[in-house]
Design a protein around this ligand. Structure first.
Ligand SMILES: *Cc1c(COP(=O)(O)O)cnc(C)c1O
Length: 358
């Protein structure tokens, strides 16, 4: 038998979350973002549960080709565009929409020999300062793109740096409005946070990622309350061992935990090599045998320790939920000083995955 750890994917929750996005942005079309192996859930496992989406947005050309080979005919958007001139015949053959975010991409696309012109997403750098053309350049770049025989439909894209926090979107939004005066094309601006909290940004195409997987864009569990969004991934395991300790005992590497009184602890079959964050401090919430408790000591490669004081009935083989339907990934991430995005993307390949519908 394999180790008792598994990631359980509720594919009904995924389809539900896409419906929730439609409810929030009823007039927009939806690019379901499935980069990073569908945020760690496994592209091959989950894409069909999102098949009512209007398009898929991703980074890797191989993933785009995979979807086409599976029979997906609706649009596919490459969020970073192409990386080599030799990618372009594949974009042409598989009818992929490409982001164009720099001068090299635009020049290379203009020079290419294509069977059919490509649809492009022209990216404006509106303050994130990662990808995109400057505000001043934008109008000229648009005209240049419009004049190319290799370019068919043009959509304007930009990305918000602070849609999930109190800084908000207003400055970037105003910048976009001003830089794109007279550029009369469809727009795609909104990520998950903007979909939930800034409806003025929805425009023609929205780009949800994290909320499809049922976690919060800002890391606060409470923000998803009453949205109807549901977690897709649950990480489950079991207790491998129980230790009954006297006061003054040490637990785990580096003796990080020192018992103050006699206590029972459980050893869980889950460690950082499964994707559980090693920097999760003791006190990180965890559910054992249906009861909320917390971790103690350092997370090891294959195991971690929990306090069994709140769950005296728990014993060897008791069930453990590391995150999921009863314990939000956002809470675990917050305790570990990170975000749900990182935890789900870091799920290790060695963890068996089981999918179900509810
Ligand atoms: C990843 C990504 C998204 C989705 O972001 P979420 O916060 O997960 O909704 C949207 N747009 C672009 C360009 C991205 O790279």
């Amino acid at each position: 038998m394999p180790r008792p750890i598994s990631a359980i994917l509720n594919l009904s929750a995924l389809s539900n979350n896409l419906k929730v996005v439609r409810h929030y942005a009823p007039k927009a079309k939806i690019w379901s973002v499935i980069k990073a192996n569908a945020y760690g859930h496994g592209l091959a496992r989950v894409w069909q549960s999102l098949a009512t989406t209007d398009g898929f947005a991703l980074l890797d050309l191989n993933d785009a080709i995979f979807l086409r080979e599976q029979g997906w005919q609706k649009p596919i958007l490459l969020l970073e565009g192409f990386f080599e001139a030799s990618d372009l015949p594949l974009l042409d053959r598989y009818r992929l929409t490409t982001t164009v975010h720099n001068a090299w991409q635009l020049a290379t696309l203009k020079k290419a020999k294509l069977e059919t012109p490509l649809d492009i997403y022209l990216k404006l750098n509106s303050g994130m300062n990662r990808l995109g053309f400057s505000g001043e350049a934008m109008y000229k770049i648009w005209q240049e793109a419009k004049a190319s025989n290799n370019i068919s439909k043009i959509t304007l894209m930009s990305h918000f740096a602070n849609a999930d926090n109190t800084v908000g979107i207003q400055d970037q939004y105003t910048f976009i409005e001003e830089s794109c005066k007279g550029i009369l094309v469809e727009r795609s601006l909104a990520n998950s946070a903007a979909i939930l909290w800034h409806p003025s940004t929805h425009y023609d195409w929205v780009r949800p990622g994290i909320i499809l997987y049922g976690a919060s864009p800002n890391g606060h569990v409470t923000t998803l309350k009453d949205t109807g969004l549901r977690p897709v991934m649950s990480l489950h395991s079991k207790l491998l061992a129980v230790q009954t300790l006297e006061a003054g005992a040490d637990v785990g590497y580096g003796n990080c935990y020192h018992t103050k009184t006699a206590m029972r602890i459980g050893i869980v079959a889950c460690g950082y090599a499964d994707g559980y964050p090693r920097h999760a401090p003791q006190g990180t919430p965890i559910i054992v045998d249906g009861i909320l408790t917390h971790t103690i000591g350092a997370v090891s490669m294959d195991m971690l320790a929990v306090d069994l004081t709140p769950c005296p009935q728990a014993g060897i083989n008791s069930k453990v939920e590391l995150w999921g339907e009863n314990l939000s990934i956002d809470e675990v991430a917050a305790a570990a000083n990170t975000i749900g995005y990182e935890l789900m993307c870091a799920l290790a390949a060695r963890v068996p995955v089981v999918s179900h519908l509810d």
